[in-house]
Design a protein around this ligand. Structure first.
Ligand code: NAP
Length: 286
């Protein structure tokens, strides 16, 4: 390994997709990776990547009570965690009115509450050592929105907000926090991992049916390569001043810029009403 300091990563969700690509690239670069999986067979396949540098940890991130002990156990075995990559997550697809509160709770459990529990498990050690980097994998859907994935966007907006505020809390301790917001990547996200609520209200056929069909057709043909996302991850780990938020993919950038322009125009259009709510000053009242 040349020019890179060996680090210990904890990456959630390394059985497939982005998490697997992040882990493979980190191991390849000479780092040690503790990778979480949910099945024993995935643990064996992960360990086989590099028996001395890839350590599986069987953990469901929604099992909050198990997280602190699991992380402490891994740190005793492998070493203090330098980089946490909160990657594990999934997409819920469904019209909001057709979806259940249970769908919403499960989505936030995996995409928000689990990542926060992981952060709480690594922060005491990072704070003590006065260094560390927390990468939260959000989504372009944590900034732009699309009909049919309201719960998913809500969860990723939540993780974006938590990530940004956390960064301000821990900067003084030398801990960096980055939200990594991918566009469409060729992973299992839109395939085996997606939770699709069945359709039930005909009124939504016109908006939802084409969206569901398009996402199913796109599965396996997404424009972005997880291996390249992994190289981007390694770049920000090495940066002196890593970004607070990094979008990944030209598709994400186009949609995000479009939203910025629309937001700016709407804010300007309503500026007078926005600024109309202050108390009259004593001077104004006299
Ligand atoms: P993926 O191939 O389906 O991988 C998801 C990983 O998360 C799997 O390892 C899965 O484990 C794990 N996981 C899911 N729920 C979990 C839980 N409760 N506890 C522990 N592990 C869990 O999809 P991916 O695209 O790589 O997704 C990785 C992250 O990127 C997600 O947060 C996703 O929302 C985000 N993202 C993806 C895209 C995209 O286009 N692919 C775009 C924006 C954001 P199992 O194998 O056990 O299911």
């Amino acid at each position: 390994m040349s020019g890179i300091t060996e680090k210990t990563f904890l990456i959630t969700g390394v059985s497939s997709g982005l998490g697997r690509a992040f882990a493979e690239a980190a191991v390849q670069a000479g780092h040690r990776v503790i990778g979480t999986v949910r099945r024993e067979m995935d643990a064996a396949s992960f360990a086989a990547l590099a028996p001395d540098r890839a350590t599986p940890l069987v953990l469901d991130v929604t099992d909050y009570a198990a997280i602190a002990d699991a992380v402490a156990h891994s740190e005793r075995g492998v070493g203090p965690i330098d980089v946490l990559v909160n990657n594990a997550g999934y997409g819920h697809e469904g019209v909001l009115e057709e979806s259940s509160m249970n769908d919403l709770q499960r989505q936030f459990a995996a995409n928000v509450f689990g990542p926060v529990a992981m952060i709480q498990a690594v922060l005491p050690g990072m704070r003590e050592r006065r260094r560390g980097h927390i990468i939260n994998v959000t989504s372009m859907g944590g900034f732009i929105t699309m009909p049919g994935i309201a719960f998913y966007c809500g969860s990723k907006f939540a993780l974006e907000g938590i990530s940004e505020a956390l960064g301000k809390e821990v900067a003084a301790f030398g801990i960096k926090v980055t939200a990594l917001a991918p566009g469409q990547f060729r992973t299992d996200w839109a395939g085996r991992s997606m939770d699709r609520t069945p359709r039930s209200i005909a009124d939504y056929d016109a908006v939802m049916d084409p969206i569901r069909a398009a996402r199913q057709a796109k599965n396996g043909n997404q424009p972005n390569d997880p291996a390249k996302a992994a190289q981007a991850l390694l770049s920000i780990i090495e940066a002196d001043q890593p970004p607070v938020r990094l979008f990944l993919g030209a598709d994400a950038l186009g949609l995000v810029n479009h939203k910025f322009e629309a937001m700016r125009a709407e804010i300007t259009r309503w500026e007078a009403l926005t600024c109309s709510t202050g108390f009259e000053t004593a001077h104004d009242q006299s």
